[in-house]
Ligand binder design. Structure first.
Ligand code: CA
Length: 409
């Protein structure tokens, strides 16, 4: 066998060579990224100035800004783990978020009453948007908006869309509505108490506390008022509900989906009833929503469900906002169970899963109730160790197994 004069076995030299190659490629990629970015910034400068941004505002906002690789990673990441609807719902509408929301209902009663009066949007829905989007302002994302938006404006897909958002973010700064140092948010550019995109801010934000600035970051009143204005402008019908849970006839095979709207009379003919057995009620055409198929909870949804969908175009989130609003109003949980023998967990239960894994020596990182790749890996290791099916999911079955394993025999 050939050996190098340095005495490094070929496989070792190969590994060192591969590491060097990886390093050089990474360095080249970083340089290429930086070169592309500076030429892209010149384009963005032209585009911003052509759209009313002063060169001074642009230069100040972009001084020293470099592309954010973590934003590109977030944009590219294909979720390898498909979250079941019952996990979304269990985490987004749990006892803690309901209790916190009821406290906010009292704390912000005057602002909510004014928003209801001026925009006609139900206060429980406004609170539910706030609760689901940012946990009532607690989880807002920490990435500087102009950096994230400049990054996605220069790299990846949908650059045209993001350039519009980038220029809109500069307008927010130029107009003096929000100070640049607190203009932070998600990788995609959603920001503030109720997570507006900059272009939505331009269209819908209002100065609801009357201090002369539209500040949906620092002012809860501005955020709630702006959210009410948004929902009204995208078609909220005052005094109507988003919808309600229904019961299907056995072996239902009829139409479903948010776009398959029909008159209530047609749904009645198909045998759909309110979950308490009463006849369908409400105004206008409605759609039948079956988020987990005909074997799970079913919902009749009206125009206001679509208004929430215009705000956040993910059906699971819309249902969470809708359901949380009902819970804040005093309604109970859905009557039909999700079609699973392994239900989702509240955030308190997720923390318990993490705490119990930690106690058994599995590395979950921080006990925060957020189930990321590290917690999922720990769950997989635990599942392997006790001979459970390995799926890495934080569900009721894993929590029970952890409790059982802790019981002295
Ligand atoms: Ca204000």
């Amino acid at each position: 066998m050939m050996r190098s004069h340095l005495g490094v076995p070929p496989e070792g030299r190969g590994a060192a060579g591969r590491a060097l190659l990886a390093f050089l490629l990474a360095a080249w990629a970083t340089n290429a990224l930086a070169a592309d970015f500076s030429s892209c910034l010149r384009e963005l400068h032209r585009e911003a100035v052509a759209n009313g941004i002063t060169p001074q505002v642009f230069d100040t906002a972009m001084a020293g800004v470099e592309p954010d690789q973590s934003v590109l990673d977030a944009m590219d990441s294909q979720p390898e783990f498909v979250t079941p609807i019952w996990d979304y719902m269990a985490g987004l509408v749990d006892e803690q978020r309901i209790a916190d929301g009821r406290a906010k209902l009292a704390e912000w009663a005057a602002v909510l009453a004014e928003a209801e009066q001026r925009f006609g949007v139900d206060r429980h829905v406004l609170l539910a948007v706030w609760g689901v989007e940012t946990d009532y302002g607690k989880v807002r994302g920490g990435r500087p908006l102009v950096r994230s938006l400049a990054t996605v404006s220069c790299f990846g897909e949908r650059q045209r869309f993001f350039r519009g958002e980038f220029v809109a973010a500069l307008h927010i700064i130029q107009d003096g509505d929000i100070r640049p140092e607190v203009l932070v948010g998600s990788w995609a550019g959603a920001f503030g108490q109720t997570q507006f995109m900059p272009s939505s801010f331009q269209r819908f934000a209002v100065d609801f506390d009357g201090d002369g600035r539209r500040d949906i970051v620092g002012s809860v009143a501005d955020a709630l008022g702006s959210t009410a204005n948004y929902l009204k402008r995208v078609g909220w019908v005052s005094g109507e509900s988003w919808g309600y849970e229904v019961r299907l006839p056995p072996d239902y095979r009829g139409p479903s989906g948010r776009r398959s709207r029909q008159a209530l009379a047609q749904w009645r003919r198909l045998g759909v009833k309110r979950v308490n057995g009463a006849a369908l009620s409400g105004g206008g055409p409605a759609a039948l929503l079956l988020p987990a198929g005909a074997g799970g909870p079913a919902f009749m949804v009206f125009k206001n469900f679509d208004a929430i969908h215009a705000y956040n175009a993910a059906e699971s989130y819309v249902l969470a906002i809708a359901h949380l609003s009902d819970r804040l109003r005093g309604a109970g949980p859905f009557q039909t169970a999700w079609p699973t023998d392994d239900p989702g967990l509240s955030r308190a239960e997720r923390r318990e899963v993490q705490q119990r894994l930690l106690e058994r020596g599995f590395d979950v990182g921080v006990v925060d109730g957020a189930i990321g790749p590290r917690t999922r890996a720990a769950i997989e290791a635990f599942q392997t160790s006790v001979g459970l099916p390995v799926d890495g999911r934080a569900g009721a079955r894993v929590l029970k197994a952890l409790k059982d394993a802790a019981t002295p025999r």
